[in-house]
Design a protein around this ligand. Structure first.
Ligand code: FAD
Length: 437
């Protein structure tokens, strides 16, 4: 249990990075008060709202945080938005007034814009908006019945593969997942006949994990054709060879019912989205040749960027900062005296869940070093949790409240699902605090 002289640390964001950070600090600091804030009533960030619903083995990573959250030194404070806007309950400065250190672990969740002509056309969607809807993220509204049957995915990383798998996978194969049933039904009304994936890189050097493509090739519903495979660039590592082999093995392979034609284009640079009001095609350049691909919709899966930058700019500077460089990835987690960052917010939107562990450990080590050097010293005028406004403390969702919501979601799942998520931030708080629905 913390004492008056123990260091008080606020962590903003209960995703993988925030959880690993708190775990690392708990292990290394014998007496510390650690409060993990999240804007939602649930912890786990993108493990809950990004990782695909049919990859429950990945979502099970959250189990390793259970012991930490049950410890008396760690407090989960859900449903508390930290920032500067109208929806925020507290600012970073409010936290800095009561905690010796504030660690930002708020991730990056906005879809990165493609930056080509036609991006604003109707029928162009970000992969984040689609995956949030499939994961019943709070207030996700992306309709899935307007995708049409000729869908182009721009990008070929693992998020693109998650989207492709969803588009190609029969609804009947979602047993044991927590997919959003309404979203699945919406899509099933008019599923894709053809999905085209555009990768700027060669087949060997594309960003997807070979296992991700294998899972798609193994679906009976998929018939795969690859274009532009013949131009490997530079040295190819083992994963590159595995990618090439898979693309080759899948090429022209005949599945069972051939429900979905999947076209993979490598070395393909999208240069323009075509259409008047709504997108009708994608112009790409491959080996100096302009190619047009028809599209009823386009899904961009080219990475993520910061959402609301006001949280971060407030932490970097007391004045309003407009300097984009402060949002750049950095080796150090230190942002300003007593303010640190970790996870996707620190490194950029790269790396899977486990990669946040090493990142969090290195930031925890920076905090410890600052404590040892005296640069960061526990101050008696910092009251930690009890110093925060009473109304915020009363309304915050505790870890045991979250367990109530968790239980509610599991109990409400049908026979084919592992959970049915409560879908608005307000309802999540109500259920967590004991309302029946
Ligand atoms: C679609 C998708 C699929 C993925 N699939 C996989 C996968 O299969 N396997 C894998 O290993 N990795 C996967 N990843 C990557 C993985 O999700 C990230 O590595 C990881 O989530 C990054 O952790 P983080 O804590 O930095 O960010 P996040 O997980 O985004 O956590 C940030 C947390 O901060 C909270 N927050 C944000 N702003 C505020 C605020 N102002 N106040 C309070 N709280 C706030 C958010 O609610 C969230 O809980 C996927 C990512 C995406 C986007």
């Amino acid at each position: 249990m913390s004492t008056e002289n123990s260091v008080k640390i606020a962590v903003v964001g209960a995703g993988a990075a925030g959880c690993y950070l708190a775990q690392a600090l708990q292990r290394s600091l014998s007496a510390a008060e650690i409060v993990i804030f999240d804007r939602y009533a649930s912890p786990f960030g993108l493990i809950r709202y990004g990782v695909a619903a049919d990859h429950q083995h990945t979502k099970a990573i959250t189990r390793q945080f259970e012991r930490m959250f049950r410890s008396p030194d760690i407090r989960f404070a859900g449903g508390v938005h930290i920032g500067e806007g109208a929806e925020a309950q507290l600012s970073v400065n409010d936290l800095a007034a009561q905690f010796d250190a504030v660690v930002l672990a708020t991730g990056r969740y906005e879809d990165r814009p493609l930056g080509v002509l036609g991006e604003e056309l109707q029928g162009v969607f970000g992969a984040g908006a689609i995956t949030r809807r499939l994961n019943s993220a709070p207030n996700a509204t992306q309709a899935l019945d307007e995708l049409g049957d000729e869908i182009v995915i721009v990008g070929a990383g693992n998020v693109a593969m998650d989207v492709l798998r969803f588009l190609a996978k029969p609804a009947s194969l979602y047993a044991g997942s927590d997919i959003d049933d309404e979203a699945l039904e919406e899509y099933a009304r008019g599923p894709a006949k053809r999905v085209t994936v555009l990768s700027r890189s060669s087949a060997a050097k594309s960003a997807f994990d070979p296992q991700m493509l294998k899972e798609i090739i193994d679906l009976d519903s998929v018939h795969l054709t690859a274009y532009g495979v013949e131009s490997p660039d530079g040295d190819i590592d083992a994963r590159g060879s595995a990618r090439l082999e898979l693309v080759g093995s899948g090429n022209g392979s005949s599945g069972g019912s051939h429900d979905v034609q999947v076209d993979l284009h490598f070395g393909a640079e999208p240069v323009e989205l075509l259409g008047d009001a709504r997108v009708t095609g994608v112009a790409l350049v491959r080996q100096s040749e302009r190619v047009i691909i028809d599209a009823t919709s386009v899904i961009t899966a080219i990475g993520f960027e910061l959402g609301d930058t006001r949280l971060v700019s407030a932490a970097w500077s007391s004045e309003e900062s407009t300097d984009a460089s402060v949002f750049e990835p950095s080796d150090s987690g230190k942002v300003a005296p007593g303010v640190y960052r970790t996870g996707w917010l620190k490194r950029g939107a790269t790396g899977g869940v486990p990669e946040n562990r090493a990142c969090a450990k290195s930031v925890a080590a920076e905090i410890e070093a600052d404590l040892q050097s005296g640069e960061l010293a526990p101050r008696s005028d910092k009251a930690g949790w009890v110093g925060l406004p009473a109304d915020v403390r009363e309304l915050a969702v505790s870890y045991s409240d979250w367990l109530r919501l968790d239980e509610h979601e599991r109990a409400g799942a049908g026979a084919e699902r592992v959970r049915r998520k409560v879908k608005t931030a307000q309802d999540m708080i109500r259920v967590a605090r004991g309302a029946s629905s």
